[in-house]
Design a binder for this molecule. Structure first.
Ligand code: DGY
Length: 325
């Protein structure tokens, strides 16, 4: 008999066909109130789950006694209670690698947009306020040759370093759990303690996952260690930053600008003080959001799920200790 998979993310027709060939599929079209109620109804029978952007906690997963595998269409796994999944022997997989370059592109888009004030000045033109040649009041700052500081030198951090080093001639400094000699060699990158990086970098870029250790890593003290010309970029998770402290640093101009793709709460509240600041470029968590990359992520998640349900080790298994060969 075919196993039962619940999707809470719509897939392309070829991927749907592939799944339906091998498993029974229930699709939850959206995660609104009705969709969530439908999801809860389907959980008692589900052996596989596939989706993203939903907090799957013990309360929800207790409704799914037959669950064998969860395939997340994301690299970040902060939406999952991994200890709980592991205790129950449920295999959790994610989609690393396929989104690395696209997410680094997003990081660089934010670096360029903030430094050159692209959004603010484009809005000025659109509003019909370009009435004379621009002057120093509208100048931005250079990106090429400036110091790129990367916090969290994983795959995405490396892809950012590659762009900065080879594309923009930027000296790269980084902070991570431990020094990475191979990265240092490839990008002439230098390791720094966190306070030293915050002091030295022109661009402070967060690319690290949200964990108990990284939650709130950048707060008032850390913003004070940055300089008035520092541009802060976050493409990791909003909760790595104390958002109130960030707002204060931007309002008081103790840092120059921020390019933010992620927020403490998403979607960002319409009345967030961040949206009243000209020196903020805010995007709606678009890190990996291109047609090509989202399809590659979905394909990867389907591969992971089908492998797990067939009793094989999924390629991108997150909770190794749940795996029983
Ligand atoms: C990820 O894959 O974790 C990205 O942030 C998209 O959600």
């Amino acid at each position: 008999m075919k196993k039962h998979v619940v999707l809470y993310k719509k897939l392309s027709a070829p991927l749907m066909d592939r799944l339906r060939d091998q498993v029974e599929v229930t699709l939850i079209e959206s995660l609104d109130k009705g969709g969530l109620a439908h999801l809860r109804d389907t959980l008692p029978d589900a052996q596989g789950l596939l989706g993203a952007s939903l907090r799957l906690d013990a309360e929800l997963l207790d409704l799914a006694p037959r669950l064998e595998a969860v395939a997340s269409v994301s690299v970040g796994v902060d939406n999952y209670d991994i200890d709980y999944l592991t205790r129950r022997g449920i295999l959790l997989s994610n989609t690393p690698d396929v989104l690395t370059e696209t997410t680094a592109d997003t990081g660089f888009a934010l670096i360029l947009a903030t430094a050159r004030r692209v959004v603010e000045l484009a809005n000025m033109v659109r509003a019909g306020n370009w009435n004379q040649n621009i002057g120093a009041l509208h100048f931005g700052s250079d990106v090429h040759g400036k110091t790129l500081g990367i916090i969290g030198m994983g795959r995405i951090g490396e892809a950012l370093a590659q762009r900065g080093h080879f594309g923009f001639g930027m000296p790269v400094i980084y902070h991570s759990q431990s020094p990475k000699p191979a990265v240092e060699q490839r990008f002439a990158a230098e390791y720094r303690s966190l306070p030293d990086l915050l002091k030295e970098a022109d661009f402070v870029c967060l690319t690290l996952p949200l964990t108990k250790q990284t939650q709130g890593l950048i707060g008032a003290k850390e913003f004070m260690q940055m300089g008035p010309e520092t541009i802060f970029i976050n493409i990791s998770r909003g909760k790595v930053v104390d958002e109130a402290a960030l707002v204060q640093a931007l309002q008081q101009q103790t840092i120059r600008a921020a390019g933010l793709d992620v927020f403490e709460r998403e979607p960002l509240a319409h009345d967030s003080p961040l949206l009243r600041l000209n020196n903020v470029v805010a995007t709606p968590h678009i890190g990996s959001a291109t047609h090509e990359t989202r399809e590659a992520m979905a394909r990867c998640a389907v591969d992971n799920l089908l492998a797990a349900l067939a009793g094989k080790r999924p390629q991108n298994l997150v909770n190794e200790s749940a795996w029983q060969p």
